[in-house]
Design a protein around this ligand. Sequence first.
Ligand code: NAD
Length: 475
Amino acid sequence: MVKICCIGAGYVGGPTMAVIALKCPSIEVAVVDISVSRIRAWNSEKLPIYEPGLDDVVKKCRGKNLFFSNEVEKNVAQADIVFVSVNTPTKTSGLGAGKAADLTYWESAARMIADVSKSSKIVVEKSTVPVKTAEAIEKILTHNNKGIEFQILSNPEFLAEGTAIADLFDPDRVLIGGREETQGGLKAIKTLKDVYAHWVPQERIICTNLWSAELSKLAANAFLAQRISSVNSISALCEATGANVTQVSYSVGKDSRIGPKFLSASVGFGGSCFQKDILNLVYICECNGLPEVANYWKQVIKINDYQKKRFVNRLVSSMFNTVSGKKIAILGFSFKKDTGDTRETPAIDVCKGLLSDRAHLIIYDPQVAEAQMMMDLSLPKFDWDSQPGSPMQIPTDESVSQSVKVVHNAYEATKDAHAICILTEWDEFKNLDYKKIYDNMPKPAYVFDGRNVVDVGKLRQIGFIVYAIGKPLDP
Ligand code: NAD
């Protein structure tokens, strides 16, 4: 029986390995992590991440050919294929701080694999890493010259949180990069291809050299984020001119050369990947003597930051230029619907912006725990052009706990609120009883829709003053 071990039981490692276990009953899959609480949760009824369909997949395989464990070394030693799916956040200090990927977790995983291995292994980069990382990993794996063969493959993950299981079941493509120039490399590529071939059609499995696979992942995320920043930049122009961004993006997306996906204007993109991967790309360009290319991609993040600031400024200026002491209902905190993940969610910057003008926030999100929100709102954030006194100023821990209340439904959040601010496109926000909500708010009652989920016309009829991203303003 082929044995797979995945180091890192996070948003990627957990779901990807659960799907491999489901689709390949002849393969034994161990998912290992240094976090005791995460592994305990994977082995419990309440999984550590919310992802539609994930519970079902895990229940079907757990204890049969899918295992979650803190015994990292033992499971790595026994595996034929070791996936490494550890986090690769942006470096916060030292060389490349604020841009380069922090590969500390990757390096320690690679050193451990080298130390505990007694048999040959295929080591798979599942994490998103800078192009050329495999070169450094090869050196680490072979440094102690044990005579064991390590083949390194790049197999970046393209799943999107919120649709991870559907994406894994039916991927647009699976990308496998390896040392195509060697027999060992070709054999390793085939071994991994055979795993995916259990359910992915051959023509969707793309095999490339290592550097193409590593760079393709960074490039794909940069392109996706670029589309969002492009439509968001147009949304600002829509508001200034009376054009409607929904109509514009529909018309633009109907061009088959452009396509309709990822063209929804919003308060900004979030999630653990887009910003970090573009910063990483920027850093790699700079290191390779390509400052103009670096500046091009940097602009995608600058527009994203601008969009969040623009939203906060619009909200404050609409409410007589101050939200001091006013109650603002925040609907949605996760970075997108159908996930509880709050990493880099625009809600953090928007809430901090409102708190810096001394607003009182009442927050509701169907999947994010109160402790997580409080932690997110207390932590400082890297902001490359933050100005003292700007809306991105970071509030202190004390002001957060005094000014933020977390509640369990949208009606509780909006009761007595001066304004409603929608920051995540959860389906339930489309169909709230907005008449009832309006009746329970002081007047004038405002709605600031950062995700274009509400029916603007209907809400205006009820009496709300509505600002929706990229839509013509209230008459
Ligand atoms: P995560 O933080 O949810 O999970 C990483 C896990 O690795 C953590 O549980 C951590 O405890 C564990 N870990 C770190 N070092 C370890 C070690 N030495 N031994 C054992 N466990 C260790 O991160 P994630 O969201 O799953 O992302 C993982 C990688 O996949 C990142 O590089 C990310 O860029 C990439 N990626 C993420 C997504 C996404 O949507 N989240 C999508 C595609 C790719």
